[in-house]
Design a protein around this ligand. Structure first.
Ligand code: UDP
Ligand code: MG
Length: 324
């Protein structure tokens, strides 16, 4: 079975369009499917519409959250409820066209475990966002400690094994596209043209977008921690050059200004402080790593004489080491 998880927050204007578009995409595939709608504390008639739809269509599962938890919270609840052997995830405003899901299922049937939908183009009436998104992805790509496919969002599909691994990660600040790339497994990419929202207003506030961007950068990069140490080292290096110049001035025609020694000392002290701050930041970073409890590695399969498959919870890795 394939699950399709869709977060819903105040989408009454477009829900009918959404449901028929997803159904139209799924029926021809011949796959058994469920659509998991997560009502993220909607204040309009969305929940009523969802429940009515659920009564009429046995494919529909409705998860009703106790209040609005935001995009990631809603997605997380849906992914944990989904029972499919493959789980597709998309936004509920038809910016992610459901017609791409059959293509992702094809990739999965061919053996891919993580299918990422990458935006070939972007229809976006909000011009500022259309500029900021690709820039942000380039920046994240530069910062992150491993590759996250450029121009991808939550839209994609993961198989049961990858889904269970992602669900087992304990960290609270979750950037789903990052986690999906981080778990590894056999990957495939499908390209699509991102549409404009079919109706209603965008539901993510400016602040929640900023938080999402910070989640992405801070959870997948240690580089911000090192900014302070590197700038501190540069300041100390500059002060060293200035000191040499100051001493050399005794034998040259150059007479430094009276402020010159003071500025040299300032650079030195500021640099020292930044280096100390950087050392503290390294410890904070390590504490973050520890509390996040991301596993050090993820086992895909363990090949043994008697069984073909073991999951990562079983302590079989020792045997693998020995066998290897
Ligand atoms: N959404 C949600 N909770 C929220 C905000 C949004 O579940 O607090 C849902 C929304 O209904 C939509 C998806 O998340 O299905 C993406 O939201 P939106 O289209 O507003 O984001 P944008 O396209 O503007 O980034
Ligand atoms: Mg949208």
């Amino acid at each position: 079975m394939v699950s399709i998880v869709i977060p819903i927050y105040n989408e009454e204007e477009i829900f009918h369009l959404l449901h028929s578009a997803v159904t139209d995409a799924m029926l021809p595939t011949g796959e058994d499917y469920e659509i998991v709608y997560v009502n993220d504390g909607s204040r309009d008639r969305s929940l009523g519409l969802l429940l009515e739809c659920q009564r009429r269509d046995p494919h529909v599962v409705v998860v009703d959250l106790s209040r609005n938890f935001g995009h990631m919270g809603a997605i997380n609840a849906g992914l944990r409820t989904a029972k499919g052997d493959a789980v597709a995830l998309m936004d509920g405003d038809l910016q992610d066209p459901p017609s791409v899901i059959p293509e992702m299922i094809k990739e999965w049937r061919k053996g891919a475990q993580v299918v990422t939908a990458v935006r070939r183009s972007r229809q976006e009436s909000r011009k500022l966002l259309a500029v900021i998104f690709p820039l942000f992805h380039k920046f994240l790509d530069m910062m992150s400690d491993f590759k996250i496919p450029l121009n991808s969002g939550v839209f994609g599909l993961v198989d049961r094994q990858a889904m269970d691994t992602i669900n087992s990660l304990q960290e609270g600040n979750r950037y789903f596209p990052g986690l999906r790339a981080w778990v590894g497994y056999k990957n495939a990419i499908v390209y699509y043209d991102r549409q404009d929202r079919v109706g209603g207003e965008g539901k993510l506030s400016f602040m929640s977008r900023i938080k999402y961007a910070f989640d992405a950068i801070y959870s997948f990069s240690a580089k911000p921690l090192r900014v302070s140490v590197f700038s501190g080292l540069s300041c100390v290096a500059i002060s060293a050059v200035m000191l040499v110049a100051l001493i050399a001035s005794n034998w040259t025609a150059w007479t430094p200004s009276v402020y010159f020694p003071v500025i040299t000392a300032l650079f030195f002290v500021a640099g020292l402080q930044m280096i100390c701050l950087g050392a503290v930041a390294e410890y904070v970073g390590r504490i973050y790593d520890e509390v996040r409890r991301r596993p050090l590695s993820i086992i895909n399969k363990v090949y043994r004489a008697d069984t073909a498959y073991q999951t990562l919870d079983q302590p079989e890795s020792v045997d693998v080491m020995r066998a290897a």
